[in-house]
Every structure is written in structure tokens, then in C-alpha cells.
Design a protein. Structure first.
Length: 296
């Protein structure tokens, strides 16, 4: 892999400006310009170098950053076939039944494809989780104040976090809902079972008296409660099987500069030929979970 990498954007919507600012902080990544699809109105707010055709961009770069939720799949496919590495800003543009074929195409081309999921970065829990051996159970507990304009609680980040932590094939998903007396509101509990024996769940309440967002981890000699709102990490650990467990409390580290972290991870993944933080395979597992929930 060359020390210097050239990157180009498709569209300049979404978080494009933040990514551009992040790229400027790297000496070994050079920004080459943007290609705007015909229906992309964000070109009105951009005055730097523009590629006249998509093929011109592909010839000039090693990495393509796709910005926004309206990116066409065929553009991603063409970039992979041209052996370009990829960063996808909005996961929704690939969360379809064609994700499996996209994974196969990327594997065949041996290119790195990273997908952005800022909320998981903001939580900053994965460094902590790596210290837990033999995790057996995970639970996200999420509650929000009632808002009649909110149709449902978004649990995609929690589902993706469980998939990453479990790091195994999903075996089953069970989705239980309890309608509440408030119109269009319901309690929800989703249970996951993985091939490696890990069980997980997500509990949501859209009509809570206060906001709550916690992650519980049960491992071989540890049990943790991570408050993602207060950014507190409560840990109960057995240092010795004959001793009482030790209670620990610490603050969860902040994770600033999300886009910079993503670019850094992408560069490292390209250089080492390893999976990025969130890969196409993670999105494929997420799609499988969503489909299994529909069939409950």
C-alpha cells in the first residue's frame, strides 16, 4: 500500500464538510475533489474542484467517500470493481437485501469498505469491552420521554453494537411488543442468540418518566453497568474466587473528532488488510437481524 492515498467524494451532503476538515489533518491523505450526481443539489454550496464524470473521479483516487442517504448502489459497485477503497457516510443506502452480494463483491476485489455509525463511536465503550473475557450476556436499556411526534425509538445503533460485541453468527431473534394506552406507543424487547453462546437483549420504553440509556455486560468474572448518558462505568469484578467482588466506578472517556477517527481506522485497515470498525459484514448481519425480527 502506498504511503499517500488520494480520496474523492461523491456528493457534498451529510457530514461531507466534517470529513473534509478531518482529511486536512492527515499528511498521507490528499483530497482530490467531488463528483455530484445529476440529482444532487448540494453542488450549489460547493466551490472547489469538481469532477465532470464519475469515471474521472475513479481514475484520480484510491478512496471514495459516499456522502448522504441517496447514493445509488450502482456507483458503489462501480467503485469496488475499479478496486477503490470505500467509506460510506450513511448506512441506510446499503441496508437492503442486496447487501450480501455487495459483501461478496468487495471480498472478491479485496478492497476495504468502512461504514459510518457515529453513535457507536460517541459511546466509546469498545476499549472497555475488550478487557472483558467470555462475555455471556448484553442488555441495552433505552427509555425516552414521550413525544407524540416520535413514531418509534431508533435502536439500530444498539443492534449494531450487539453484533460487533458478540462477533458471531446470529442464531435467533425474538421481538416482543406490548402496546401502551398512549396512541402508537409500545414497550419493546428484542432478544438475540448467537452461535458462540452469547445472549443479548434491547429493551425500549417510549413513554418513560425520564430518559435512560444503559448497557449491562455480564462476563465470566465481571459485571458492568455503563450509563451512556452520564458516561459512568460501574464495574463489579471478582479478583479472586475466594474474595468478595470489588466495586469500581470510573468515567467513560469522551471520543471527539469522530470523522478523524473513522479516517484513521480506514487508513489502518487498508494498510493491514483487516476489517474496519464497521464493515459490510456488520451491515449484512444487521440486515439479517432486521429480517428475522419481521418474521417473528
Amino acid at each position: 500500500m502506498e504511503n499517500n492515498l488520494n480520496i474523492g467524494f461523491v456528493s457534498f451532503s451529510g457530514s461531507a464538510r466534517e470529513y473534509k476538515n478531518a482529511i486536512d489533518k492527515f499528511d498521507n491523505v490528499q483530497f482530490k475533489g467531488v463528483f455530484f450526481p445529476k440529482d444532487d443539489l448540494s453542488s450549489e454550496f460547493y466551490n472547489e474542484h469538481c469532477f465532470e464524470t464519475y469515471q474521472d473521479l475513479l481514475k484520480a483516487v484510491d478512496i471514495v467517500l459516499f456522502c448522504g442517504e441517496k447514493i445509488q448502489r450502482k456507483l458503489i459497485v462501480e467503485a469496488i470493481r475499479e478496486l477503490k477503497h470505500i467509506l460510506i457516510d450513511d448506512y441506510t443506502c446499503i441496508l437492503t437485501d442486496s447487501i450480501a452480494s455487495l459483501c461478496a463483491l468487495a471480498d472478491e476485489a479485496e478492497v476495504t469498505v468502512q461504514v459510518s455509525m457515529p453513535k457507536i463511536y460517541y459511546w466509546g465503550v469498545f476499549e472497555i469491552i475488550e478487557t472483558y473475557k467470555n462475555i455471556r450476556y448484553l442488555n441495552f436499556d433505552k427509555a425516552v420521554d414521550y413525544n407524540h411526534q416520535r413514531a418509534a425509538i431508533d435502536i439500530i445503533p444498539e443492534m449494531l453494537a450487539i453484533i460487533k460485541i458478540a462477533d458471531s453468527e446470529i442464531v435467533s431473534v425474538r421481538n416482543k411488543k406490548l402496546p401502551l394506552f398512549i396512541r402508537k406507543s409500545e414497550l419493546q424487547q428484542i432478544s438475540f442468540e448467537f452461535l458462540n453462546g452469547i445472549n443479548a437483549s434491547i429493551k425500549t420504553n417510549p413513554c418513560a418518566f425520564y430518559d435512560n440509556h444503559e448497557l449491562t455486560i455480564v462476563a465470566e468474572k465481571n459485571m458492568a453497568l455503563i450509563d451512556l448518558r452520564k458516561r459512568e462505568w460501574h464495574n463489579l469484578v471478582y479478583k479472586n474466587s475466594n474474595a468478595e467482588p470489588i466495586k469500581e466506578l470510573s468515567t467513560l472517556d469522551e471520543v471527539p473528532f469522530i470523522e478523524r477517527n473513522e479516517i484513521k481506522n480506514l487508513i489502518q485497515s487498508i494498510a493491514t488488510k483487516t476489517e474496519p470498525f464497521i464493515s459490510l459484514k456488520s451491515i449484512r448481519s444487521l440486515w439479517k437481524c432486521i429480517e428475522m425480527m419481521k418474521n417473528n
